[in-house]
Design a protein around this ligand. Sequence first.
Ligand code: GLU
Ligand code: MG
Length: 436
Amino acid sequence: MKKEEIVMLCTTDLGGQTRGKGFPASDLADRLKKGIGWTPTNSMITAHGPIAPSPWGPFGDLVLIPDPDTRVRIDFGPDAAAEHFVMGDILHLDGTPWPVCPRGFLKRVLAAIEERHGLKVKAAFEHEFVYEAVEEKPNASYALDSFRRQGAFAERYLGALKEAGLVLDTFMPEYGPKQYEVTVGPAVGVAAADQAVAVREIARAVAHDLGSRVSFTPILRPDAVGNGVHVHFSLMDATTGAPVNHDPSHADGMSARAGSFVAGMLACLPAVTAVTAAASISYMRLTPNRWSAAYNNLGYRDREAGVRICPVFQTVDITKQFHFEFRAADAAASPYLVLGAMLAAGLHGLDSGLPIPSVCEGAPQNLSPERLRELDIVRLPQSLGEALDLFEADTVLAESFGAELKKAYLAHKRFEAEMMGQLSVEEQCARYAAAY
Ligand code: GLU
Ligand code: MG
């Protein structure tokens, strides 16, 4: 018997799960043109298995069309299957975009930013995760010993990322139990989110090959620090590619356009968390003193801000480095939805010409209610249900999302929140650790 390679054609869905269908690798050229059939109700399969009430039921047919630029192939040697997948867009059978497709949503938002404002977006995802094979020890953060104890994983992971065409920026032992962090990129537009999918799936594949697993769960246990996804982003001129974020004459260095963009993001952040922090347990992470994000504040050199102005090396061209970081996301959400939601909020800021926001000095939890009001700072929602209520009530992001995606997302996540509400926090953590 001769082994025959299989390619999985995938989408990363409303629950942030990468699902798809396989076909013989020898059919790749043909499948790039004709894709593979897909079912609307697949979008309602939750990360925990049960299917949320579906507006489509057993009806409807769609097609998943691959984007060859996203193809990942990693050779795990003669005795193991190759990891071979490609991401696709979900379309109607007539070739028009299906409005509920997360990748299609991100593309719509990117197109609107370019059409209305002549801007493109560059982004890099920083991921924290847990590697199960490593022993939990105290005082492990950034430790050379923690790096050593993950054994062959990191080197194989780097090799696999390279084989997939991704550029590793950094890999490190992080603060939390068994926690590591990986950053790749940056990339322009939808490719940044494609890369985030690849970062997660390649880590899973490499760990699997070593007989273990990684988990990108938002938080391992109630007493732990979370596994964040921090999205670094900047704006560039769509024609010249020149960065447009920095203005040395502004006190915090922000250009008017970047300021409007970030202001939109901050204004919409409480509703946006329903999409970027999409698990019930995401809200255990979004609390003060966990180095995540608990308020919709703009921070400078502040690792608990909702959005942070990142530090620059004064000795290197500042214009090229100056950028921002969105910290209220985790990997229970599809990277397409995370980036799409953040950018839809930024687009609102650009459309409305919002003024450059003020940096919040110090921790928001230590500011008086009056000062918080002056700065338009609010506490982020403290449960998935609360976040979904804000997202449902929001009218600003509604146009970018479109009614169908919004309705499907709310139905999916309300069902998940209710399901998780029956469990203790420890049980919820265990479910998410297994699912992500
Ligand atoms: N683990 C923190 C989080 O949940 C982030 C720590 C850091 O890298 O600043 O976002
Ligand atoms: Mg980190």
